[in-house]
Design a binder for this molecule. Structure first.
Ligand code: XMP
Length: 511
């Protein structure tokens, strides 16, 4: 792999993703990793990420100069660039001119790294210190007003660095610079493709599972569907999937899982019909945390019961989890930490069943999971579906959850989704919850009559990872279409409002 060393800003994951977009496999390691630990990964190249500190702050993360004498190509970015300069005998200092944001950048030479770039272009910067003098053997390639040396390389040693952030979308030619580092400076072949990921994972799963039985809990989401399809491709009928139908799904989703998914993949699916059970448990409850607890508790009960009904249950040795790479990185990359999260995802397992986890997506980012899903032949509607919370529509009805209210919300939600798709904006919007304010009524007029109906809230958001989000600026024509259709087609709804709150301070969901 290409190893991205994380110096503690939020950029390391983004860099790792961009490297993979250039079709090269990448992994993230903390800056505390020793040179031996890094070399044990047999890295094709090393990229040092940006970080929040000054190289000269006491206690600031340093780079062991030995990292640069292993013969492994390396690229320093922002803090990583300065750390590389400092480690190799260059000079880093505070110039008094900090640069944040869009910065005009001028080339002094192209070298290998910056070949084919124009003389000036705009880069995204975030630095107070700058490299004053490149280390011995390095050619300075660019400068800005605040950075006398904004890029350098030593082509013979295959070491290079840039002061700017090539990984952010606001940097012009950013992806090109990363790709040129990988292919031209480091000489790496771009072979990380969905087809190769599938082949590699299938081989790994076969080796791990042997002829044992495997269980997968399907949630209806992208991750568990792709994980299941991947495992099925590897071990066929040794896999059984369990799906709890809690009645809180969106319109068409249960059919998508129970019919389309099974038809396309040929997977053994055991369905627990539990709508009644969930709705009676939720009767009379409107407090959000109580709802969540009830849904979680019932889920465990139903799942446990379902697993016991599977013929092969006693022989099941493995449990499939749709854990993604960001979860692994954020939990410190440790096996134990990831397990805790996984168990939480499944909602609980019978105590006397001991499983080993299979996590075929644990090296992948969400966009790669989608690409793998498409490679495995899953349909677009499934691969591109929005993230959907475990408690489902139960936390999108503000007030008590009843079947009637669920049906109302399902209709409104289906209209919003359909129009978003028709407008071709599915991939621009991270998630588009529609929320029913079931305990609120407002007066309206329809035809000649007064109405006294419920409002729904449209909550389209853009996001990279759901940790932060912004409200999506959808075109007015689309909003108009959605609003008109909902009030015309869903009798109980007479008002449509839009949520224009970012996260923070608002969360994506209303409960
Ligand atoms: P919030 O509302 O906290 O949501 O901004 C962030 C993301 O998490 C999803 N979400 C959940 N997912 N179980 C889940 O699997 C849950 O209980 C849950 N609650 C929120 C939410 O849809 C958004 O994508």
């Amino acid at each position: 792999p290409v190893i991205v060393i994380d110096f503690g800003a939020q950029y390391a994951q983004l860099i790792a993703r961009r490297v993979r977009e250039a079709k090269v496999f990448s992994e993230i390691m903390p800056h505390t990793a020793s040179v031996e630990a890094i070399m044990a990964k047999d890295p094709l190249a090393i990229i040092l990420s940006g970080g929040p500190q000054s190289v000269y702050t006491p206690g600031a993360p340093q780079v062991d100069p030995a990292l640069f004498t292993q013969g492994v190509p390396a690229l320093g970015i922002c803090y990583g660039f300065q750390a590389m300069a400092a480690a190799l005998g260059g000079e880093v200092a505070r110039t008094g001119l900090s640069e944040f944001g869009r910065t005009p950048t001028r080339l002094d030479a192209r070298g290998v790294l910056l070949q084919n770039l124009p003389d000036t272009f705009s880069t995204w910067m975030s630095h107070g210190d700058s490299v004053q003098r490149a280390p011995e053997g390095f050619a300075a390639l660019a400068h800005t007003a605040g950075a006398p040396v904004a890029a350098f390389e030593d082509a013979a040693r295959r070491l290079a660095g840039v002061q700017w952030h090539p990984e952010v979308m606001h940097t012009e030619h950013g992806q090109q610079v990363l790709a040129q580092f990988l292919s031209q400076v480091a000489g790496i072949e771009p072979t990380w493709t969905p087809a190769n990921i599938v082949d590699e994972q299938v081989a790994l799963i076969r080796e791990q599972v042997g002829d044992a039985q495997v269980l997968c809990a399907l949630s209806g989401g992208v991750d568990s569907a792709v994980a299941a399809a991947l495992v099925h491709k590897a071990v066929g009928d040794q896999l059984t999937c369990a799906f709890v139908d809690h009645g809180l799904l969106r319109k068409g989703e249960r059919e998508q899982v129970r019919e389309d998914f099974v038809r396309i993949t040929g997977i053994n699916l055991v369905v627990a019909e539990a709508e009644e059970q969930f709705l009676s448990a939720l009767a009379g409850v409107s407090e959000p945390e109580t709802k969540r607890k009830i849904i979680g508790r019932e889920f465990i009960r139903v799942f446990e019961h379902t697993v016991r009904q599977i013929d092969a249950a006693t022989d099941i040795k493995f449990l499939v989890q749709g854990t993604l790479y960001p979860d692994v990185v954020e939990s410190g990359g440790g096996e134990g930490a990831a397990n805790i999260k996984s168990h939480h995802n499944v909602g609980g397992l019978p105590d006397d069943l001991q499983f080993t986890l299979i996590e075929p997506l644990r090296t992948l980012f969400k966009d790669e999971v989608r690409a793998v899903g498409a490679e495995l032949g899953l349909p677009d509607e499934m691969v591109w579906r929005q993230p959907f919370p475990g408690p489902g529509l139960g936390i999108r009805i503000i007030g008590e959850v009843t079947r009637e209210r669920l049906d109302i919300l399902r209709e409104a939600d289906a209209i919003a989704r359909e129009e978003l798709t028709r407008a071709g904006l599915d991939r621009e919007v991270w998630q588009f919850p529609v929320v029913l304010l079931a305990d609120v009524r407002s007066v309206g007029v329809q035809g000649d009559g007064r109405t006294y109906g419920h409002p729904v809230v449209l909550r389209p958001v853009t996001s990279e990872d759901a940790m932060t989000a912004d409200w999506a600026r959808l075109p007015y024509e689309l909003m108009e279409k959605i609003s008109t259709r909902i009030t015309n087609e869903v009798r109980e709804i007479n008002r449509v409002v839009v949520d224009v709150t970012s996260k923070p301070p608002g969360t994506i969901e209303w409960e």
